[in-house]
Design a protein around this ligand. Structure first.
Ligand SMILES: Cc1cc2nc3c(=O)[nH]c(=O)nc-3n(C[C@H](O)[C@H](O)[C@H](O)COP(=O)(O)OP(=O)(O)OC[C@H]3O[C@@H](n4cnc5c(N)ncnc54)[C@H](O)[C@@H]3O)c2cc1C
Length: 452
């Protein structure tokens, strides 16, 4: 079925990204931040600033509100809003999320320290005594402290060294605590927030920001995916070995002609089977949908991806997506170079199928042995139909060099092409470096990382 490219199927094309979406969102986030700062500053009076500890308390309030606002922005960035994912791409959103990451922790930490010192000066007691008074006498302060501790824990777990040593699932569960931390912080702000006293508009604005964030998460992560899955009713139809340790899953479903997806995009997959239900993993489609079927090709690396090989036909499947910008919509030229290695060949295969017919393609696929090349015949057949160039690079890293010279030899028109690359990080880095050396405009180099 997946090899017969002559079969025409009725299906919806993936939506094109809307670049203005990201600009508008950045503008709204900036205005939101400015409004938060303005409302907190307006809420301070000269009298309170002049009293003992007044400045420390004011700085603390500003730090607390700004830090929490940035936390909400981080949540929106990873809430998998489809139109945002399509425009910016999940890897870039995750990068932005990580870049903002340290700021809320630093600002909320500053809030805890300055508010404690400020109140200690105001009431003329020691800082530790003041901290104790907060915890014992102020409603929700203990909960807020627990929330802060959870935030610090999530932050520490994201530091590169800790992240590398930790299982993905452990890191993910620690990150879920952030939602608890935010709920605890929200209660503390609404109950004890002096900024809100006599300022109902500030309170309404703050509640609106939180409700909007919670609504976005609820709709994009739960309601929307549940509705889609209810419509598609996906189940495993077949599992077949593609190469040693690499399996293709054919998934059947209903109404799949209405699923709008582009070649090169991925979904988050959740399989309703023992030990697999509780986490979803990203896998790219390895072919365009052939309603009533979808296909993914998975390399067994860890527990989940290896268990995929043992899935039984009939197993229920839930998806979230499609996500990703590694699609034909990113193309700017009439020539395209598609370069894939290992299981990174799978989105290249789907993308190749999705490119408009008039596009000239050069495809390079790479694996350490001929047996390891996934979908080789399908890729070659698709290239032949278009009259493009097809190259295989087979051998160890020592024998097969990826550099500017080898790339120019294989794809003489590379400088005038859009370059799409997907594969292990080291491979992708080498291809990108070679393309840059050969004069490819960085905006025309598109790559998909298989890890976040
Ligand atoms: C956008 C994207 C598309 C991908 N497409 C494919 C594909 O088509 N075929 C394929 O075989 N692999 C693909 N991967 C890689 C695949 O998701 C991981 O190999 C798989 O999740 C490993 O899970 P594990 O529990 O078996 O392994 P683990 O041992 O838990 O992890 C192995 C590696 O995968 C990463 N990883 C684990 N779980 C996740 C997760 N939920 N989200 C992101 N990274 C994770 C870990 O950080 C680690 O680097 C893709 C990854 C991404 C980010």
């Amino acid at each position: 079925m997946w090899t017969n490219h002559a079969i025409a199927t009725r299906r919806r094309s993936g939506h094109a990204p809307k670049p203005w979406v990201a600009d508008i969102l950045a503008l709204v986030a900036g205005i939101g931040l400015g409004t938060v700062i303005a409302l907190v500053v307006i809420g301070e009076s000269r009298g309170t600033l002049a009293s003992p500890g007044g400045w420390l308390i004011a700085v603390g309030r500003l730090a607390g509100f700004t830090g929490t606002y940035l936390m909400l922005v981080m949540i929106v960035l990873i809430s998998r809003i489809p139109w945002l994912e399509r425009t910016v791409g999940q890897d870039r959103l995750v990068r932005w999320h990580r870049r903002i990451g340290p700021w809320p922790i630093v600002l909320i930490g500053l809030h805890v320290v300055t508010i404690t010192l400020g109140y200690a000066q105001m009431t003329r007691v020691g800082p530790l005594h003041q901290l104790w008074v907060f915890l014992v006498n102020y409603p929700d302060m203990l909960a807020a402290m627990v929330g802060f501790a959870l935030l610090v824990l999530a932050g520490l777990s994201s530091i590169r060294i800790a992240r590398r040593k930790m299982k993905y699932e452990t890191w993910w569960i620690i990150h879920l605590y952030i939602y608890l931390a935010l709920a605890l912080a929200f209660a503390h702000q609404i109950v004890t927030g002096v900024v809100f006293l006599g300022h109902p508009l500030t309170r309404a604005y703050w509640i609106a920001i939180w409700s909007l964030t919670a609504g976005l998460v609820l709709v994009s992560r739960f309601i929307w995916p549940l509705m889609k899955n209810f419509r598609y009713q996906l189940r495993v139809a077949d599992v077949s070995e593609e190469a040693p340790g690499v399996y293709s899953l054919t998934i059947s479903g209903k109404h799949l002609s209405r699923l709008a997806v582009s070649g090169g995009q991925f979904f988050q997959w959740r399989f309703v089977a023992k030990d697999l239900l509780w986490h979803s993993h990203p896998y790219s489609l390895s072919a365009l949908p052939r309603p009533p079927f979808l296909r993914v090709t998975v390399k067994g690396l860890g527990e989940q991806s290896k268990a995929v090989a043992r899935l039984k036909p009939g197993t229920r499947v839930f998806i979230e997506g499609p996500y990703g910008t590694f699609t034909r919509h990113a193309r700017t030229q009439s020539r395209v170079a598609l370069i894939g290695a290992g299981v990174g060949i799978t989105p290249i295969r789907a993308l190749l199928e999705d490119l408009p017919k008039n596009i000239e393609v050069s495809v390079v696929i790479r694996a350490s042995s001929a047996a390891d090349i996934v979908h080789r015949d399908e890729v070659e057949a698709l290239v032949q139909i278009r009259g493009g160039e097809f190259h295989e690079l087979v051998g160890s890293r020592k024998d097969v060099t990826i550099d500017a010279d080898s790339m120019r030899r294989l794809i003489p028109s590379i400088a005038e092409s859009d370059v799409y690359v997907c594969g292990p990080n080291g491979f992708t880095d080498r291809v990108v470096a070679a393309a840059l050396r050969l004069g490819v405009d960085p905006k025309r180099i598109h790559h998909e990382a298989f890890s976040f």
